[in-house]
Ligand binder design. Structure first.
Ligand code: OGA
Ligand code: MN
Length: 293
């Protein structure tokens, strides 16, 4: 297996090992798992991706999430991100899927608003946009390490709340439906996720973060915005330009990502599988103390 660094201090392309080898061989899985723990974003090129292969690959890393209420793919392990309707037509501006794509263009980590949150996401480009539609990543480990020491100390024992409706609300007031709100109430996690394999800490915030325990909400939201802006300065970002057959996997504990816009008259069809975090992934120390409000 070859690991080719791609980004500024994180992200790598995997060569010489295919997704189907990871699915079927322990040694291949172990090598790719180690690269995942180390590099946070892994890129596979020219994969013969199918739904079955994507599930078999993803399943190696842990239990799969079932797509959330009211999403394309609800009740299956597949989250479908697309502007293509079931009948092949493209959605118009202002359509729910277009608004969702816009919400995905805010820097975030997947499923921090869920219990359990996500360890990793595996995104396959089934029809990639001819122009735009890139996905961008930043390392929240490097962001953590760059924080001034006093702020890092303050955040080391801090807890924040995450709410799906909060990030959707930034795009359109009613983008999160009643059903989404009632099935996904806000959840609270520690703001620093320690990787149990290498001991490295990452700042755990996202577009979904709606308040910080014990802090005035306006101040907290301002701090989240500042932390996000610092973490995502252009020089810290890896931009993935999709080719058909690409599969990108990322560590939701240690990265932020966002989609980039593409022309609405071009089809884009992406399928994501999401792996839930377990205690073995460091989740055990993410829970708020019992006495937290
Ligand atoms: C995702 C996501 C961005 C994109 O799949 O979780 O945010 O570029 N995707 O489609
Ligand atoms: Mn996402």
């Amino acid at each position: 297996m070859e690991v080719l660094p791609l980004g500024p201090g994180f992200a790598a392309e995997i060569r010489g090992v295919s997704m189907s080898e990871v699915a079927t061989r322990d040694d291949a899985y172990r090598a790719v798992r180690a690269a995942f723990e180390e590099h946070s974003v892994l890129v596979f090129r020219d994969q013969p991706v199918s739904d079955d292969l994507q599930v078999a690959y993803s399943r190696r890393f842990g239990p799969l999430e079932i797509a959330k209420a009211a999403s394309r793919g609800e009740g299956t392990p597949f989250s479908i991100l697309t502007n293509v309707e079931a009948d092949g037509s493209l959605v118009p501006q202002g359509h729910k899927e277009e608004l969702r794509a816009r919400a995905n263009q805010l820097w975030h980590t997947d499923s921090c608003f869920k219990i359990p949150p996500a360890l990793a996401s595996v995104l396959s480009g089934r029809t990639v946009a001819a122009t735009g539609g890139e996905t961008e990543f930043t390392s929240m480990r490097l962001a953590w390490e760059r924080l001034p020491a006093d702020l890092r100390r303050r955040l080391d024992n801090a807890y924040a709340w995450h709410d799906y409706a909060h990030s959707r609300g930034k795009i359109a007031t009613h983008l999160a439906s009643e059903r989404e709100r009632s099935t996904m109430p806000a959840v609270c996690w520690r703001m620093r996720w320690r990787n149990p394999v290498n001991g490295r800490d990452a700042l755990y915030i996202a577009s979904h973060t709606c308040r910080i325990e014990g802090m005035d909400t306006t101040e907290a939201l301002q701090l989240i915005d500042e932390l996000t802006a610092l973490a995502t300065r252009p020089e810290h970002v890896y931009q993935h330009r999709w080719r058909n057959g690409d599969v990108v996997m990322w560590d939701n504990r240690a990265t932020l990502h966002r989609g980039r816009p593409w022309p609405l008259n071009e089809p884009r069809y992406m399928i994501r599988t999401t792996i839930s975090a377990t205690d073995a992934d460091g989740l055990a120390s993410m829970w708020p103390q019992r006495n937290a409000a």
